[in-house]
Structure formats: C-alpha cells, structure tokens
Ligand binder design. Structure first.
Ligand SMILES: Cc1cc2nc3c(=O)[nH]c(=O)nc-3n(C[C@H](O)[C@H](O)[C@H](O)COP(=O)(O)OP(=O)(O)OC[C@H]3O[C@@H](n4cnc5c(N)ncnc54)[C@H](O)[C@@H]3O)c2cc1C
Length: 361
C-alpha cells in the first residue's frame, strides 16, 4: 500500500511523521525547493481557541512522540481598543516561527522524518492518483478541494505585515481591535525575541471593505505606536481564503490542513488544527483510527469560530471598547483563565449582548 503526500507544510509533514512512525510506505512531494520556503513570520497558538486541547506541544510529545519547541511561551496578552486596554496574565499559549527560519515549526517537524522529500515537484493530483493507492492533499489552500467541488469559502482575508526591530518582551503579545487599523479584523504584534517582532493587520476583503486602502490602515497602526522601531522586512497577501471542505475524504483522497479547512475564521489561527488533521489522516491510513470521526471536532470548532467572526463583524469601535473593558473584569479574565470554559461558544453569546441595540445606546 503506497501513499503520496502533496505538500510538505505543517499538515503534510505531520501525516508523513505518522506514516513513518508506523512503518507505512509513502512519498512526500513539495513544489518548492525546501521546507518552509517562504517569508519568516511569527504565529501564535492560543490555548483559549484550541480548547479542549490545552497544550498542543505536550499532546504531540505524549501521544505521538513528536517533540517540537515553541519560540516562546506567551504569559501576557495586551488587548487594545481605541479607548481601552486590557491586560491578561496567565498561560496564554505559544509563539512559533514559520517559514525560512532555522527553528521554524515546519523545519522542526521535517527534522523528525527520515524519508527524503521530493522537492521542486510539478506532479498533479492526477499523476499521483495513477501511481499511489492513497493521496493526501496538503497544499495549504482550498484550491484542490474546490477542484473536487468539495469546498465552501467563507472569508477572504487581506494581510499586511512586517518584521520590526525594537525592544520587546518576548512573552507578551499585543492585539488591537480597532476598525481604523483593520475593519472587521484585527492587528497584532508577536515578538520572535527581545529585538524582533512581527506586526500584522488582517481584515476581510469583502466588497464593502474594498473602499479601504491597506497602506493607509497600515500607516494608521504604525503611527499609533509609542515606541521606537525599524522595519526590516514586509509582506502582503490579498484574499487568503478561509473556508472548509464538505468532506475530509473522497474515496482514496484525504484533505488535510487548509485543503480541509483548519484555519479558523475568527482570527485566522490554524496551526493546532492543521497539525492534528495531518496526524489524524496518517492514523487513518495506518488503520489506527477513522479520519472522518476525528476531524468532526475540528469541523465543529470551525463553525463556532465562523459564528463568532460573524458576530464580531458587527462591532463598531464603541463595541470594541466595551469588549476590552469586559476583559478587564473578573468575569472577563475568568474566560481566559478557566480552561473549562468553551470560549468560542461563550464569546458568541457575549458578542450578541455587546452589539445589541440596548447596549449600543
Ligand atoms: C500571514 C499568516 C499569519 C498566520 N498567523 C497564524 C497564527 O498566528 N496562528 C495560527 O495558528 N495560524 C496562523 N496562520 C495560519 C497557519 O499558518 C495555517 O493554518 C497553516 O500554515 C496551514 O498549514 P497547511 O499544512 O495547510 O499549509 P502550509 O503549511 O502552507 O503547507 C502547504 C505546503 O504545500 C506546498 N505546496 C503547495 N502547492 C503544492 C503542489 N502543487 N505540490 C506540492 N506542494 C505544494 C507549499 O509550498 C507548502 O510547503 C497564519 C497564516 C498566514 C498566511
């Protein structure tokens, strides 16, 4: 039985790791010239959004013997709206590095796999289907799922980001909820270390948001900084699609990572789900569990996350001020700190209250 994996990113590599661990025959194809061949950026894993998974790194080590290291632990998050600031101190999650960096998450996973990756691949899914019993699609977007008429797109996202040099606390991330910086979206600062951080704005590229110039929103954010910084690298992405596959598996084809729909629409986070989808598909191929059953939890989180996004999209800056004020209260902090609270479900209800006409008066 031979399996082909198309894409050596987070999900494809995790699937490969499992197949190798259980001695299954596979090849992994990557169309770029090395693992992580893209811009370096800092990404975060937030415990609050991953629940009931509380620590993906511990889970990977304990359940699958896969030892990965985050760049940093996040023990403080500062959330800023136009007029309010909330600070939450607790175990918030992890900062990871992605892309060309030596310690990027994808490079760490690849280092755990002995099988040689076939780089600069131009194989199509049709080529692979001719030569393999099973094909895992892990190309990082929904285009292959669309090709199989198996995908619903929900949110097209515009992103602009930069690496900046300055003085940062490597354990603190900052998030801005402010429609002047990111209409219906958000902005964030993620430090890689004490001297470097990633700053990003992300907002949905809906028709009614096309009137905004991304460069102007970007300048609004940078001009609000009250600290010294220097830009060393920049990136911009238009229409990064967030969507989900109707089926995670069609005959002998498995859809994993973003080919399935593991990036959650609320804030565009997806590393935990992406990693797990690759593992679950690998476990299914090895006859250890059923991909359809395991992926259900991720599908449910996706739709909870989409429901929260739809609520947040109604927020004006006053609503953001009320929300951030709430995070400063005992109840607001409890949502972060009490690991048993299903944040996504709770937040949908709370958002409905915050945007109700009564509250907006
Ligand atoms: C700017 C940005 C910021 C983000 N921030 C966060 C964050 O803070 N927290 C978070 O959790 N998530 C974040 N995400 C989402 C997260 O990065 C994704 O969920 C995750 O990378 C998806 O993994 P994947 O395996 O589906 O795709 P990838 O990791 O992108 O891997 C896909 C691989 O397939 C290869 N490939 C593509 N086409 C082919 C082909 N035809 N043949 C062979 N190989 C191919 C690609 O080169 C790539 O190596 C962010 C995403 C972006 C774009």
């Amino acid at each position: 039985m031979r399996t082909a994996i198309m894409g050596a990113g987070l999900s494809g590599l995790c699937c490969a790791y499992i197949l190798e661990k259980y001695g299954y025959n596979f090849d992994i194809y990557e169309n770029r010239s090395c693992v992580g061949d893209r811009f370096v950026n800092g990404e975060i894993i937030m415990e609050i959004l991953d629940r009931p998974v509380q620590d993906i790194f511990s889970l990977l080590a304990k359940e699958y013997g896969l030892y990965l290291k985050a760049a940093n632990v996040i023990n403080k998050i500062i959330i800023k709206s136009p007029k309010e600031t909330a600070t939450i101190q607790d175990f918030i999650g992890y900062i990871t590095i992605r892309g060309r960096h030596e310690q990027s998450l994808e490079k760490q996973i690849a280092a755990n796999i002995k099988k040689r990756i076939i780089f600069n691949s131009d194989r199509t899914v049709e080529d692979l289907l001719k030569n393999y019993d099973k094909v895992v699609l892990a190309t990082g977007d929904g285009s292959y799922s669309e090709k199989f008429n198996n995908y619903t797109a929900h949110v097209p996202v515009n992103l602009k980001g930069a690496t900046i040099e300055g003085d940062f606390d490597p354990n603190t991330v900052i998030a801005w909820l402010n429609n002047n910086f990111a209409p219906q979206g958000y902005a964030y600062l993620i430090p890689f270390n004490q001297k470097e951080a990633n700053v990003v704005i992300a907002y949905p590229n809906y028709e009614h948001n096309k009137k905004y110039y991304i460069d102007r929103l970007w300048d609004n954010l940078l001009n609000s900084f009250n600290f010294r910084f220097r830009i060393t690298d920049q990136f911009q992405i238009t229409d990064y699609q967030l969507g989900i596959a109707k089926k995670c598996k069609i005959d002998n084809i498995f859809f994993v990572g973003n080919c399935f729909g593991t990036t959650m629409p609320f804030l565009g986070f997806g590393q935990t789900g992406t990693i797990l989808s690759g593992i679950y598909a690998g476990m299914d191929i090895c006859g250890k569990s059923k991909y359809e059953r395991e992926i259900k939890k991720l599908r449910n989180s996706y739709f909870d996350s989409l429901a929260l996004r739809r609520e947040m999209e109604k927020f004006n800056n006053n609503d953001y001020d009320r929300l951030v004020k709430l995070f400063n209260t005992k109840l607001g902090k409890k949502v972060f700190i009490n690991k048993k609270v299903n944040f996504l479900k709770y937040a949908v209800k709370a958002s409905k209250v915050l945007t109700s006409p009564h509250m907006s008066k």
